[in-house]
Design a protein around this ligand. Structure first.
Ligand SMILES: Cc1cc2nc3c(=O)[nH]c(=O)nc-3n(C[C@H](O)[C@H](O)[C@H](O)COP(=O)(O)O)c2cc1C
Length: 397
């Protein structure tokens, strides 16, 4: 699983440090070569001699006075992945702020490989706004935050803050190197229904829940892609999904058009309004003022805009149809899509807000292929496989 991989295990000063010894052993059993770097507090909780005996190499515990004159850069360059376990609140704070004041923090700062951070601390420390801020910063910097979970803590306490078990951390590390069929692909997904302002309070919206788009973003990320999800709704959490929050069709168009030229694949599943109020009122419209006249104007056509790009991604569109699919086939042809996913929102179990859907895939030559009723996450996985088959076969990514 990890044969030939170089893992730097970075151990800071929490009680869970005792589990780092077992984690080192499990990583080695999985084929990895393991080196360790420990904070001074980490050495209070776990003997460096233990780690030396387990890994066959002395842990780096100081920046100075070592045989290697620059131990942090040597370790950082050697590493294929760094696993900070346990990660104390203090170490997380240093990493989030780019401090390099000890060997562990300096190693992480000097590294360009993936960094897995496994927090371990008391609930109060974990839930403190400062820790929450630091963890959010690390996530934004691309670190993989592994855990913590809720459970038994040191001193007989219980609650969120318990470090993941070594085998769970091992699984995350092996997942990093398990290349999915979309590894190296940049996938752009849109999700949710747009909201077009009538006034500062009201909007014209639609019934889209964003479930299909979210499932697609997850399926692509699980297949190894780096995903950007442009969405109007709450997004799933995944270390390979970056979220761009938007509200209106205009905002979604600007975000999608800006990102599409760099994407290998765009799967546009959002339900975008076709019309919007031409002049949204600056203040709240009041009943006493009588019936307002709301004039509509067309919104930007996001799909057509991506289709017309000089450097355009493999383009997958969605069509919510009622009844016959002729409209969808016509749409696929008009907008020059590579693939169109049509669903009959009037059929039972299919459509907005449902967990299941029954879709028909329409290929560029207009041939429809009906899929059976499936959960949205099954449709997403099947669609990702379909995109890999078609786009990958064409030399894509
Ligand atoms: C008995 C004991 C247990 C501790 N356990 C934790 C812990 O689980 N998580 C944590 O963030 N800090 C814990 N601390 C506090 C850290 O050891 C302390 O903040 C230290 O400065 C962390 O340094 P480091 O991040 O450089 O290793 C504990 C302290 C003591 C005395």
């Amino acid at each position: 699983m990890l044969a030939g991989r170089h893992v730097v295990l970075a151990i800071s000063g929490g009680v869970a440090a005792f589990k780092a010894a077992y984690l080192a052993r499990r990583l080695i059993e999985a084929g990895a070569e393991v080196r360790t770097v420990m904070t001074a507090s980490g050495c209070e909780f776990l003997g460096p001699q233990t780690m030396a005996a387990l890994t066959g190499a002395r842990p780096v515990v100081d920046l100075f006075g070592q045989e290697d004159v620059s131990p942090h850069t040597s370790l950082a360059q050697w590493a294929d992945v760094i696993v900070v376990a346990p990660a104390t609140a203090a170490t997380i704070s240093r990493l989030a702020n780019g401090l390099s004041s000890d060997a562990l923090a300096a190693t992480v700062l000097a590294a360009q490989c993936p960094v897995v951070v496994a927090p371990a601390m008391h609930t109060e420390m974990w839930e403190h706004p400062a820790t929450a801020r630091n963890v959010a910063t690390l996530r934004g910097d691309g670190c993989i935050i592994a855990g913590p979970v809720s459970g038994a803590l040191a001193g007989g306490d219980e609650g969120p803050g318990r470090m993941l078990e070594p085998d769970e951390i091992l699984e995350i590390v092996t997942g990093i190197f398990a290349a999915g069929p979309m590894t190296g692909w940049r996938v752009l997904v849109s999700a949710g229904g747009t909201r077009e302002a009538i006034d500062p309070v009201r909007y014209i919206g639609n019934r889209s829940s964003g479930k299909m788009g979210n499932a697609l973003a997850l399926a692509a990320a699980d297949a190894g892609a780096t995903v950007t999800l442009v969405t109007t709704v709450a997004a799933p959490s995944h270390d390979r999904i970056e979220v761009v929050a938007v509200e209106s069709a205009q905002e979604m168009a600007e975000a999608v058009w800006g990102l599409a030229p760099e994407a290998d694949v765009a799967v546009l599943a959002a339900a975008v309004a076709d019309f919007r109020p031409a002049e949204p009122a600056a203040g709240k419209l009041r009943r006493a003022e009588g019936l307002p006249q709301i004039n509509l104007e067309p919104t930007p056509d996001i799909l057509a805009g991506v289709g017309a790009l000089e450097k355009r991604p493999y383009l997958v569109g969605f069509a919510a149809e009622v009844g016959a699919l002729e409209g969808a086939i016509d749409k696929a042809r008009r907008k020059g899509l590579d693939l169109l996913v049509a669903n009959d929102i009037a059929s039972p179990g299919s459509g907005f807000g449902t967990e299941t859907t029954e879709v028909t895939i329409i290929t560029p030559d207009g041939t429809p292929e009906a899929w059976e009723m499936l959960s949205k996450s099954e449709v997403a996985k099947k669609l990702v496989a379909e995109i890999v088959r078609r786009h990958g076969a064409a030399g894509g990514n």
